[in-house]
Design a protein around this ligand. Structure first.
Ligand SMILES: C[S@@+](CC[C@H](N)C(=O)[O-])C[C@H]1O[C@@H](n2cnc3c(N)ncnc32)[C@H](O)[C@@H]1O
Length: 182
């Protein structure tokens, strides 16, 4: 059966090549950071963000054990501040919203910062770039966050951006994701 979270990576691979610039806007345990680091290769650059120190520790360990190229910078700050750190255009960006798997679930992404972070990430996209946003419904903040993101992406000028939604229609509580291409 199709794994939606694995499917995301297929889209990324069409936009991120060796030497490219990537951003993991929700680092978590670093699975996505490792994937982006390997895909961008030693001449590329990956910026990864999280508000939890535990996420940076977990990701650093994963990158080390995974023999990731030394092309990454792990940033302990909220993704809505990404513009302070990322001055280059970004070929591929990822948001995997929600909470840190394995944590006590007290820290999770919130619409007040997620929306400005997504807007900034869209402005930062390189020509022919891609942004991926995975939403985890099934809890009140995830539902509200998902609705706002949907409204926002639906309002973008279709002459500039293509926004698509991938969702399991007969499982509305399952995670779903958007791709934004310019
Ligand atoms: C579902 S996890 C991400 C999974 C991750 N991409 C991976 O591969 O393991 C969501 C992460 O977003 C982080 N987060 C919450 N609010 C944030 C914010 N304002 N800026 C950056 N990260 C945030 C959480 O701490 C959590 O680690």
């Amino acid at each position: 059966m199709t794994d939606l979270l694995e499917l995301q990576k297929e889209f990324i691979k069409k936009h991120l090549f060796p030497g490219g610039i990537a951003a993991d806007y929700t680092m978590g345990n670093g699975h996505d950071t490792l994937f982006l680091s390997r895909t961008a290769g030693p001449r590329g650059r990956v910026y990864a963000f999280d508000v939890q120190a535990a996420a940076l520790q977990s990701t650093a360990l994963r990158l080390c054990r995974g023999n990731a190229p030394q092309n990454y910078v792990l940033i302990h700050d909220s993704h809505h501040n990404a513009g302070k750190y990322v001055t280059q255009k970004v070929n591929a960006g990822m948001f995997n919203l929600g909470w840190l798997p394995g944590s006590d679930r007290t820290v999770f992404t919130r619409r007040e910062t997620t929306l400005p972070a997504i807007a900034g990430a869209i402005e930062r996209m390189a020509p022919d770039g891609i942004l991926l946003v995975a939403v985890y419904p099934g809890h009140s903040e995830g539902d509200a966050e998902g609705k706002l993101i949907h409204e926002y992406l639906s309002s973008l000028d279709r002459r500039k951006y293509m926004c698509a939604l991938f969702r399991i229609t007969n499982s509305p509580a399952s995670p779903f994701f958007y791709i934004i291409e310019n």
